[in-house]
Design a protein around this ligand. Structure first.
Ligand SMILES: [Zn+2]
Length: 278
């Protein structure tokens, strides 16, 4: 059983503000990357305890060069660097392919009330994303991409809102590790790190065991053709993103795009996000 662990940073244990997840800031350099690597190691440990045979980790934050490979559990391979074909989900088309996915350090979609660093892909450019009229964040976008390959998301970690979003979308079988309780966009009650790591390890192990027993969550399938809608923060972002052929500008800051499958929808969304850059 091969597990792909996709690791974002805003939902990592101990993280509460943008400085801690933004390259160049002292907090990021001295603490954020270490905290991220420690959470990943807890997930890797749990995956093997649960019976995984192989683990690939994909660094899924910013430019994907955050996880410290010198501190990473040496049983895992690391996908690092950007842009890669599948971005946060790099590794989905590996040989052999992963059987299941775990999200570590994920955060709630943009607009969620009192959730740590809530946003969807870009805090500066994107206000909301919809797949077939259902609002999704990174959890939904990436789970839907995995589902294109028939791969389920079996466990995740983050704050209480990210975990709730994951279960609402993916199902009650999704194993959770709530590592902090958010009280605002940049405020939370943090668990002691040893406790947070224990929860992540346990969620990973339970997820893998469930999968091996055939009781894990089902893939988060979005039916094709997929209607992607993106609401940008400013109309100037939409001016640029509209350059994607086939996109329809339905209002000042909203684009819609019909994709034949989730791979095309994910690529169109990433392209819009990149070219909308200020
Ligand atoms: Zn993110």
């Amino acid at each position: 059983m091969k597990l792909l662990i996709s690791v974002d940073m805003e939902g990592i244990s101990g993280i509460v503000d943008w400085d801690q997840v933004t390259p160049g800031h002292a907090e990021y350099m001295t603490r954020g990357r270490r905290l991220m690597t420690d959470d990943v190691n807890a997930a890797i440990q749990g995956a093997f305890e649960g019976g995984a045979d192989e683990v690939t980790v994909s660094d899924a934050h910013w430019n994907a060069t955050n996880i410290l490979i010198e501190g990473l559990d040496s049983r895992a391979r690391l996908n690092s660097g950007s842009p890669s074909p599948f971005s946060m989900m790099q590794g989905l088309d590996d040989t052999p392919p992963p059987d299941a996915v775990m999200f570590v350090g994920y955060h709630a979609m943009g607009g969620t009330k009192k959730a740590i660093l809530d946003h969807t892909w870009s805090d500066h450019r994107i206000r909301a994303v919809y797949l077939n009229d259902r609002q999704v964040g990174e959890i939904g976008l990436n789970a839907a991409l995995a589902a294109h390959y028939g791969v389920p998301v079996i466990a995740m970690s983050g704050d209480q809102h990210a975990c709730e979003e994951g279960q609402t979308m993916i199902g009650p079988e999704l194993e959770l590790a709530v590592v902090k309780n958010a009280t605002g966009h940049q405020a939370a009650t943090l668990l002691p790190l040893h406790e947070a790591h224990h929860k992540i390890c346990e969620a990973a192990a339970r997820g893998v065991i469930r999968f091996r027993e055939g009781k894990a969550a089902k893939p988060f399938v979005v039916s094709a053709p997929i209607r992607l809608a993106v609401e940008f923060v400013y109309t100037r972002h939409c001016d640029r993103a509209y350059l994607i052929p086939g996109s329809e500008r339905v209002s000042g800051a909203r684009l819609e795009y019909t994709a034949p499958d989730m791979i095309a929808a994910h690529r169109a969304f990433r392209a819009m996000s990149i070219i909308a850059r200020d």
